[in-house]
Design a protein around this ligand. Structure first.
Ligand SMILES: NC(=O)c1ccc[n+]([C@@H]2O[C@H](COP(=O)([O-])OP(=O)(O)OC[C@H]3O[C@@H](n4cnc5c(N)ncnc54)[C@H](O)[C@@H]3O)[C@@H](O)[C@H]2O)c1
Length: 417
């Protein structure tokens, strides 16, 4: 049996805790040896998950990265604006990296990380968890088998969900692009990556439009208060009332409530909402993240694709049109036909339905099985795979950053060389 891979964790927030729990559940594969975060209770939470008496705690990434190399892999689970610097430093120290998406805040930085990984002969595994789901793995397998023929066009749709939009992209970490990354990167780099992975040809042009149509002051109901806790007259009827964090939306706080180690009471939550960004009225935040965006893409092999993102739907849906057959799958198909994928053969009109539920058991909960699938594949990627996985993820980032460039210029076509 090969030796355990050791992990050091930079940023002990929500994502890092999720991956750490999965890593530790895979007996004999990983050990967690260090964690860094300015919020001490979060380091403590990772320490508890690690079950390692020799765990080393640090109060910042900088402090952790000032040490000589402590582990095989550095998991970088800090926020979008603080991926590039720790990743660069960790590569220089000789770590392989498990890096949260997006890889960085600009395409230049993404490419620089890829170059550095090559220079230091290290691997960067990006947390593009969708690639590791039973659903998208199956779609890839079907395309690669040739069953659909040559892929001519693809339509992808992402419904963020209205409350999720409000939580993360109006009140939350990704509300202001300058402080994090634009919506098409922060949320949809998963989708642009999947599109590029499935079409498997360089993207040659991108155009995009979108704006913040709803989550703005024009839609505030009369008399709405700046904070939901300020006796807002709409508290009982507003879909986005922050008071729902004390009732049916409480679980959303797992991701943002400062202290993950102590029990949250209703009183504690209400106190926190008085000053926290998550207590603000969604119609009077400082958000500029779009609540809908369309992207169209052309590829070197002649294929085209479109991606629509909206706050006002829930789940991902995919349609792929090939010369031999078409494939439809995802949440909308599941709701309508109670199956994950439907393939139609153009020649004889036959329909094939594929249900993946037996592969998406309870263990596969996070991101349709992607969180588990990623960590399950990590040892193999680090130990066996010959190519550096980061090279294959530049393209999806390039599409996303180009889409934002196009959107900011009114939807002009951006030609990629
Ligand atoms: N792969 C996915 O599907 C997926 C899903 C959600 C989020 N994400 C990405 O994961 C990343 C983390 O998201 P999250 O929700 O876990 O965020 P989080 O805010 O819960 O965690 C980030 C942590 O970094 C810590 N931190 C801040 N400055 C630091 C420093 N100098 N040194 C060390 N730690 C520091 C914060 O205190 C916080 O605990 C983001 O980039 C996000 O876009 C990916």
């Amino acid at each position: 049996m090969s030796a355990k891979l050791s992990l050091a964790i930079c940023g002990c927030g929500s994502r890092s805790r999720t991956y750490s729990k999965i890593a530790i559940s895979l007996t004999n594969e990983f050990e967690i040896v260090a964690g860094a975060d300015p919020i001490q209770s979060r380091v403590q939470a990772i320490h508890q998950i690690s079950n390692n008496q020799n765990f080393k705690a640090f109060s910042s990434a900088e402090e952790l990265l000032a040490q000589p190399k402590l582990a095989d892999i550095m998991l970088i689970g800090t926020q979008d604006q603080f991926h590039f610097e720790p990743a660069k430093k960790a590569l220089e120290l000789g770590y392989h990296i498990l890096l949260e998406k997006p890889a960085a805040q600009t395409i230049q930085e993404v490419k620089e990380l890829a170059e550095l990984a090559k220079k230091h002969n290290r691997k960067i595994v990006l947390c593009f968890v969708l690639r590791y789901t039973p659903f998208y793995s199956k779609v890839k397998e079907i395309i690669d088998s040739g069953q659909l023929g040559q892929i001519i066009s693809l339509r992808a749709h992402e419904g963020v969900d209205p409350f999720h939009q409000a939580h993360s992209y109006v009140r939350g970490h990704w509300a202001k692009s300058a402080d994090s990354t634009p919506m098409i990167i922060a949320k949809c780099c998963h989708d642009t990556d999947i599109i590029s992975w499935l079409i498997n040809s360089p993207c040659t042009s991108v155009s995009s439009i979108g704006n913040t149509a709803y989550f703005n002051e024009n839609h505030a109901p009369e008399g709405a208060t700046a904070r939901c806790t300020d006796c807002c007259p709409h508290a009982d009827t507003c879909l986005y009332s922050a008071l729902r964090y004390t009732t049916d939306k409480e679980s959303w706080l797992n991701m943002v409530y400062p202290d993950p180690t102590t029990k949250r009471t209703k009183e504690k939550i209400l106190n926190w909402l008085h000053t926290s960004p998550w207590g603000r009225c969604v119609y009077s935040c400082d958000n500029d993240a779009v609540d809908h965006q369309q992207v169209i893409m052309e590829f070197d092999n002649g294929a085209s694709a479109s991606l629509s993102m909206t706050a006002f739907d829930s789940g991902r849906t995919l349609e792929i049109f090939g010369t031999k057959g078409s494939l439809r799958g995802g949440d909308a198909i599941k709701q309508q036909f109670n199956t994950d994928l439907i393939i139609r053969d153009h020649h004889n009109g036959e329909l094939e339905k594929i249900n993946l539920q037996d592969q998406i058991d309870k263990q596969y909960a996070g991101h349709g099985g992607g969180d588990h699938g990623l960590i399950n594949s990590l040892s193999r990627i680090i130990n066996e795979s010959s190519e550096s996985p980061i090279e294959s993820i530049i393209e999806g980032h390039l599409i996303g950053f180009s889409a934002e460039k196009s959107r900011l210029q009114g939807g002009i076509k951006i030609t990629l060389t």
